[in-house]
Design a protein around this ligand. Structure first.
Ligand SMILES: NS(=O)(=O)c1cccc(F)c1F
Ligand SMILES: [Zn+2]
Length: 264
């Protein structure tokens, strides 16, 4: 069933057209943004980010036609983040990626205009304040997303489990078991971050996200990135086979928002 409005990243249904079905696309706290380090504010009162991922358990991996998503059991506070700009614990719900067609464009956030080959989003929700993820996704302080840049270089040993599973979810709508994966292995050495109030970067573009963008990228190989580009946005039964690539929204206007840095 065509629940909601069909959107994508093509010429007709891409980011420039989303405002027609989702007028908040032209709102005052849209994401992603271009981060200009010289214009961020060092906030010495920002505590570090704490990730409590010890008992984290992935459930499945899923191709929704826009990205590839690893979902978690969020029925209790076993996998949460705290600290940084957050007032309480936020529960990990899923992580997913955005990437380009080749080379080093594909990230959503940029740093002084620099793009990265891909961007990983770890999506958490404020279960202390909202009853469900859906409600949190629509609330001003409902979500906290940790963004990690991926740059091309040596292969990433933690990412192998994911890239080796992508063949199982080639088609839109496909889902496969994917248990026991802990995304802690995808974190860079440093948890230094920028943070600002923003939105989902895909429709419905709710302005409900506290963004936590890590400064240090992780390194993945071109071969590993290539496996993401084998994914299709089309379903198994469809005639045309369109590759899933360039599934990123470009930077949006800052509209007076302050970006804080956890480091000087
Ligand atoms: N790209 S994104 O992290 O903003 C995002 C996308 C879809 C659902 C979400 F909850 C979400 F956070
Ligand atoms: Zn995302």
């Amino acid at each position: 069933a065509m629940t909601g409005h069909p959107w994508g990243y093509g010429d007709e249904d891409g980011p420039e057209a989303w405002h027609k079905d989702y007028p908040i696309a032209q709102g005052n706290r849209q994401s992603p943004i271009n981060i200009v380090p010289e214009e961020t504010m060092y906030d010495a009162s920002l505590p570090p980010i704490f990730l409590s991922y010890e008992h984290c358990n992935s459930i499945n991996i899923y191709n929704n036609g826009h990205s590839v998503i690893v979902e978690f059991d969020d029925t209790d506070d076993r996998t949460v983040i705290r600290g940084g700009p957050l007032d309480n614990a936020y529960r990990l719900k899923q992580f997913h990626f955005h990437w380009g067609g080749k080379g080093s464009h594909g990230s959503e956030h940029t740093v002084s205009g620099k793009t990265y080959a891909s961007e990983l989003h770890l999506v958490h929700w404020n279960a202390a304040k909202y009853k469900t993820f859906g409600e949190a996704a629509a609330g001003p302080d409902g979500l906290a997303v940790i963004a990690i840049f991926l740059e091309i270089g040596d292969e990433h040993r933690g990412l192998h489990k994911i890239t080796d599973a992508l063949y199982m979810v080639k088609f839109k709508g496909s889902v496969a078991d994917f248990k026991g994966f802990n995304p802690k292995c995808l974190l860079p050495n440093s948890l230094l971050f920028w943070t600002y109030p923003g939105s989902l970067t895909t429709p419905p573009l709710h302005e409900s996200v506290t963004w936590i963008v890590l400064k240090e990228p992780i390194t993945v190989s071109e071969k590993q990135m290539g496996k993401f580009r084998m994914l299709l946005i089309s379903g198994e039964e469809e005639e045309e086979r369109t590759r899933m690539e360039n599934n990123f929204r470009p930077p949006q206007p800052l509209k007076g928002r302050k970006v804080r840095a956890s480091f000087d």
